[in-house]
Design a protein around this ligand. Structure first.
Ligand SMILES: NC(=O)c1ccc[n+]([C@@H]2O[C@H](COP(=O)([O-])OP(=O)(O)OC[C@H]3O[C@@H](n4cnc5c(N)ncnc54)[C@H](OP(=O)(O)O)[C@@H]3O)[C@@H](O)[C@H]2O)c1
Length: 215
């Protein structure tokens, strides 16, 4: 059975996976980019932006691992963009420009139907309106013998966690306090849901923790 994996999902010391007030200027919410500083110096990130340099240690190893063996992604609609409610038109095609960094089918959970969008480089955004199980089934079918990566955001990961559907979750705990934003684990008893800390690796920029679900 292939896995549903969360990779490189960054949280603050106080547990926020995004800052408050996401909008066009603040895709990760206010102060959200502070969560991702560990990632922005990695070779994985630099290569995604056309550069051949970057850190190649612990942070990069985990960042690269997050793209290995992935055949499809699932995103929540707010990770896909800042547009809320019914789609006013077809102009919003994600934060990532004409050639998004996915290169496989991406299933976007939303309550508002929309036709698929084929982008350059192999990414197609499919909009799923019938819930998390349907999105996972579609992503699994598209991924074949590869894993499915659950990109986020926070509400979407919480829903899959609560349903016990995530097999593996790599969190990068950034050494910052946000004070406000979208809390990842608040109110979720992840131990009762079967999750255990399986690995923890520090780097100067983050503490990496991998949770896995037993049985
Ligand atoms: N820390 C990190 O590493 C990281 C990684 C990725 C993203 N993020 C950040 O996380 C934030 C977004 O997280 P979020 O919690 O605001 O939102 P989200 O999880 O990205 O999206 C939530 C939205 O997805 C749709 N949705 C979710 N479940 C659904 C279901 N079962 N059926 C139908 N629609 C469903 C709904 O949209 P509608 O009802 O409006 O259609 C819902 O409001 C962004 O700031 C993003 O940058 C952080």
């Amino acid at each position: 059975m292939t896995k549903l994996r969360v990779q490189s999902f960054a949280i603050s010391i106080d547990g926020y996976g995004a800052g408050p007030n996401q909008d066009l200027q603040n895709p990760l919410g206010v102060r959200g980019p502070e969560l991702m500083e560990w990632f922005l110096t990695t070779r994985a990130w630099r290569r995604m932006h056309g550069h051949d340099d970057g850190e190649t240690g612990v942070d990069n190893g985990l960042a690269e691992q997050g793209f290995n063996g992935i055949g499809a992604w699932i995103l929540g609609r707010n990770m896909f963009g800042p547009v809320r409610g019914p789609w006013p038109d077809d102009s919003w095609k994600g934060w990532w420009g004409p050639n998004p960094p996915y290169h496989v089918p991406v299933f976007v959970l939303t309550h508002h139907a929309r036709a698929p969008i084929a982008m350059q480089g192999g990414t197609t955004f499919h909009f799923v309106t019938d819930g998390i199980a349907a999105a996972l089934a579609a992503a699994r079918a598209a991924a074949g013998d590869k894993d499915v990566r659950l990109g986020g955001g926070v509400a979407t990961i919480r829903a899959y966690l609560a349903a016990g559907l995530i097999d593996e979750m790599h969190l990068a705990i950034a050494p910052v306090l946000l004070g406000a934003g979208e809390p990842l684990l608040a109110g979720l008893d992840v131990t009762r849901l079967g999750y255990r800390v399986n690995e923890h690796v520090p780097s100067p920029a983050a503490t990496h923790v991998v949770l896995t679900r037993a049985g």
